[in-house]
Design a protein around this ligand. Structure first.
Ligand code: SF4
Length: 214
């Protein structure tokens, strides 16, 4: 599987789902949204984010001094609200003390920027990659549970390969200008066709390019 294969898959996905158009989001907002999305559905994470943003400005300054009870109440719908409130406030305090943090991230190459982000408490590889791709347009490929599953079935990873090996493989296979689009459309493919149980291979838009390793 090479770039041609990746391009064919991407073309099939955009032909079926349409192209992806997203405006850039502020890095701190993406970090908070990602914390809220842990162990819950997108819908609940979205509700929690909106609820939080109605009560607080989503900035390190506003959230660093917020009451844990009020943050937890605002994000309750996403579950684990006490843990998430603690993580949000801790992160906000660190970033409040480093006002140039996000500006500096923008100047670093991907590897250095990933290292700086993953040094923050509660920020793992996936979260760092989401921030770098969605807020800075840096060439990386966040991998969630859908992308792990779809990639295995498409023959892009074996069971032994973890996050980093698969990330490098996805970076090789898809065109650099399309990492964001490929990331979003593979998740959509996983949700709507390549489901954990009973994948809908007969109707799948990338069936012709997929070895179907199920
Ligand atoms: S053809 Fe089947 S296994 Fe391959 S991506 Fe589509 S649903 Fe998944």
């Amino acid at each position: 599987m090479d770039k041609n294969w990746g391009l064919n898959v991407l073309n099939a996905l955009t032909a079926f789902f349409g192209s992806v158009k997203l405006s850039k989001r502020k890095a701190f907002e993406v970090l908070i949204a990602t914390i809220l999305s842990q162990h819950t559905t997108d819908v609940k994470a979205y509700e929690a984010y909106n609820s939080l943003s109605r009560k607080f400005n989503i900035t390190p300054e506003a959230l660093a001094s917020a009451s844990p009870t009020k943050v937890a109440e605002a994000i309750r719908v996403a579950g684990l609200q006490w843990n998430k409130a603690k993580a949000i406030i801790e992160l906000s305090n660190i970033l409040k003390r480093e006002p140039k943090f996000f500006e500096e991230i923008g100047k670093l190459d991907v590897d250095e920027a990933r290292k700086r982000l993953t040094d923050l408490p509660g920020v793992g590889e996936k979260t760092a990659d989401i921030v770098l791709l969605f807020s800075y347009d840096k060439p990386t490929f966040p991998i969630d549970t859908h992308i792990f599953r779809v990639s295995k079935r498409m023959g892009l990873r074996s069971d032994r390969n973890g996050y980093e090996k698969l990330r490098k493989r996805l970076l090789e296979v898809f065109p650099e200008s399309s990492y964001l689009e490929a990331h979003i459309l593979l998740i959509r493919l996983g949700r709507e066709f390549c489901k954990p149980k009973k994948p809908k291979c007969d109707e799948c838009p990338v069936s012709a390019s997929c070895p179907k390793i199920i």
